[in-house]
Design a protein around this ligand. Structure first.
Ligand code: ADP
Ligand code: TRP
Length: 335
């Protein structure tokens, strides 16, 4: 079992990113190791280039994302942690796979349509090719399992199609088909201002999300002001189906406490948000403040964080080399 996943180096992670992605990676680090498998996590800085970003901002984001992952519990001694750009095999395999992927396949990718918006002619070729780079990220390590969010499942399907076509066209059994793992435990966290839209960095309201670097006071204030309804909590989580704000806050509580939403509503049944919100704020502070403090310390020495990535990249490159070589051989490149 080899688990590989990547995350783009966006600045300033929020609670949705943490509970929905990073925390799952931390959990898998132990679960996969217990089964004798391996976890590999990378910062997708090459994917970060597909939409314009100031170069200094990209550098800073890459370091900050790495520090955030370490602060949140990714242990570079137990998981391989690196940045994509430091392992040129990602780019090299992408070019090979570009000749296997079909234009018709890429034309169906919904994320490209969303991100390119109306100005499709003005989108970068990189944005269009993004899913092929992602396929290379995964196939390069003969990955068996890929933890991803719902929105990335289509890209994983594409990676499977590319792997199948490569194996068939070249008569090899080089690439195993990677399985997407859309974790049942990964909650989808909604905006604190409007629980019908997800918590996202693109929401203009700072009050809609909690950042991992927020002060204790900010965390408490954001939960205190979170939108809710006047009713008390019921004794069953299912009864919150029509109360999205209440449901979201209970979901956040449960995820932070590593408990089921049902056990949380049972504890608070009959109480209103006047009681629940301060408890949630305290819990959030107790979970997030140690992460924030570790993150702040790590960012005092950015060179040390970069050195962690360089070391991880060496390990990743060693694992990538034979697969890239086998792909080149299969395609008849003279090396
Ligand atoms: P954003 O929507 O803020 O731009 P990204 O698309 O950069 O977030 O997501 C980075 C990772 O965090 C992905 O794995 C994604 O599935 C996860 N993620 C983002 N927002 C949420 C959320 N509100 N709830 C759960 N997971 C989320
Ligand atoms: N596209 C993914 C995202 O935006 C990040 C990513 C890049 C990735 N390469 C990957 C995830 C390979 C899993 C495997 O979330």
């Amino acid at each position: 079992m080899r688990v590989v996943s990547g995350i783009q180096p966006t600045g300033n992670l929020h609670l949705g990113n943490y509970l929905g992605a990073v925390k799952q990676w931390v959990r898998m680090q132990d679960e996969v190791a217990a089964q004798g498998g391996e976890t590999m996590y990378f910062i997708a800085d090459l994917h970060g280039l597909t939409q314009w970003i100031d170069p200094r901002e990209l550098t800073a984001n890459t370091i900050e994302m790495t520090a955030t992952m370490i602060a949140a519990g990714i242990d570079p001694e137990r998981s391989i942690l690196w940045n994509q750009a430091r392992v040129p095999a990602h780019s090299e395999l992408t070019w090979l796979l570009n000749n296997v992927a079909r234009v018709g396949w890429l034309n169906r990718m919904t994320q490209f349509k969303d991100k390119a918006g109306k100005d499709r002619e003005g989108a970068s070729v990189g944005l269009y090719d993004y899913p092929v780079l992602m396929a290379a990220d995964v196939l390069l390590y003969k990955t068996t399992h890929v933890p991803v969010g719902e929105d990335q499942k289509q890209h994983l399907e594409l990676a499977r199609d590319i792997a199948t076509k490569f194996n068939t066209d070249y008569g090899v059994e080089l690439f195993p088909l990677p399985e997407p793992m859309v974790s049942k435990e990964a909650p989808r966290i909604m905006s604190l201002r409007d629980a019908t839209s997800k918590m996202s960095k693109s929401n203009p309201s700072e009050m809609s999300r909690v950042h991992l670097v927020d002060s204790d006071d900010d965390i408490a204030a954001k939960f205190r002001k979170a939108k809710t309804d006047p009713d008390p909590l019921p004794d069953s989580f299912d009864a919150l189906a029509e109360r999205p704000e209440a449901r979201n806050l209970v979901t956040i509580y449960a995820a932070l406490a590593d408990r089921t939403p049902q056990s949380v509503v049972e504890e608070y049944a009959g109480q209103g948000f006047g009681q629940f919100k301060p408890a949630l704020a305290d819990l959030a502070v107790s979970v997030l403040s140690p992460i924030r403090d570790r993150l702040t310390r790590l960012l005092d020495d950015r060179a040390a964080v970069s050195a962690v990535l360089a070391k991880g990249a060496e390990k990743a490159a060693a694992l990538a080399a034979p697969t890239l070589r086998a792909a080149q051989d299969a395609m008849g490149l003279e090396l």
